[in-house]
Design a protein around this ligand. Sequence first.
Ligand code: NAG
Ligand code: NAG
Length: 213
Amino acid sequence: MHNIFFFTAFALPLLTFAAPTTYPRSSIRRLPRQSTNITSPPCDLSTLRQPPNTLPPPSSDETLLLVALGLGTQNYTCTSATTPPTQIGAVATLYDASCTLASSGSENAQNSIYETTDPIGTHYFTDSTTPVFDIQALGGNTVVKRADSMTAPGAQGKNVPWLLLARTEASESKARKVYRVETVGGVAPASCEGVEAGTVLTVGYEAQYWFYG
Ligand SMILES: *[C@@H]1O[C@H](CO)[C@@H](O)[C@H](O)[C@H]1NC(C)=O
Ligand SMILES: *[C@@H]1O[C@H](CO)[C@@H](O)[C@H](O)[C@H]1NC(C)=O
């Protein structure tokens, strides 16, 4: 009896997580677990380098504080059949990828991070152009604005752009810049044809967020 219960409640979700895919899995519910405190970079990030990109690099006095994995949705809405969808925000759960990346140096470690670590924060928008990262380990909210962007390399058109996000006055955290890289999915449908005005379209995505301060 006990064994059957265990298999149903725990083993099935674990099998699902073990699938070797990097597609957004925001629909998968995680079992709640106790959160842990992170007070400083839990491992040496000094040798970690961003994936090659054409965004302006961090300044020489800025250091890498944390790499978070975001798993969630990019949200869009339609106003009419003839206007393309417009972005109205995003929602994502953030996981700490710092140590895994520092030790493996590979973005392919993403799956194991979802399986083995607890969320460290959330990403959301306060209005359609104001992204926020709520990560207590960085000292509170990081409120940013888009400073630069580039087309995601490879699989063109399938993944949302890579971004440089710069902190605004409203920020509480010590992070000054956030890079969104290694994006998967999140791209709006090409048109609003057949979509009722006012409908919110949510498109699953993953990304790495590199925080510098
Ligand atoms: C996290 O830190 C706070 C404040 O230092 C402390 O009260 C709390 O017990 C800690 N939680 C864990 C899970 O260690
Ligand atoms: C975006 O979609 C998520 C569902 O993934 C929802 O929880 C959130 O409220 C939406 N946000 C906006 C601004 O529409």
